[in-house]
Ligand binder design. Structure first.
Ligand code: ADP
Length: 161
């Protein structure tokens, strides 16, 4: 039996923390679908297509074990449509836990056949978030330790002056 997990998020943009989680996920699951959600509440810096391209360039190293997709609406509906039974999410800090727990319980209520699995990144990335990365770049700092080089270039092009 092969197991596919869906790793959903905004990925605006993908960081080394996200990538760390993909690598860890591949230790547990045969296939991962990195699923970029359309989040009406969060204004994104990069378009869906741009985020998809940035992720694709990075996960190409994993071959066909990692797929990149976009979805609009509920992630559980996306999973059901593809027959995916596992949601992978990252836990960095205690503050993540509260919102992730609420989301996991909600998703379970919506689709009881789908299990949410949490993984913790390397402590090197425990404080890395897409939001923080954008703030650092806006303030003129270097984010080379936190994002892949092509993401750093994309950030500089978009936010640099
Ligand atoms: P969302 O808007 O769904 O939180 P994000 O792109 O911010 O989208 O995060 C997607 C998933 O990746 C979440 O489960 C989040 O906890 C996880 N994640 C984000 N950054 C990191 C990181 N540095 N280390 C581990 N997991 C992370």
């Amino acid at each position: 039996m092969t197991i596919t997990a869906c790793y959903p998020g905004s990925f605006d943009p993908m960081t080394r923390g996200h990538l760390d989680l993909v690598e860890r996920g591949l230790r547990l699951f045969d296939h991962l679908v990195v699923a970029i959600g359309v989040n009406g509440e969060k204004a994104s810096l990069f378009s869906l297509e741009e985020r998809e391209g940035l992720i694709r360039a990075e996960v190409a190293q994993f071959g066909d074990r990692v797929e990149v997709a976009t979805f609009d609406g509920l992630v559980v509906d996306f999973c059901k449509a593809r027959g995916v039974g596992v949601l992978l999410r990252g836990l960095r800090t205690v503050s993540d836990f509260e919102s992730e727990m609420a989301m996991a319980f909600t998703n379970r209520r919506l689709a009881s056949e789908i299990e949410t699995v949490f993984m913790m990144p390397s402590e090197d990335y425990a404080f890395v978030s897409s939001r923080l990365i954008k703030e650092i770049v806006r303030a003129g700092g270097s984010v080379s330790d936190f994002v892949p080089p092509h993401v750093e270039r994309a950030l500089a092009n978009r936010l640099g002056d």
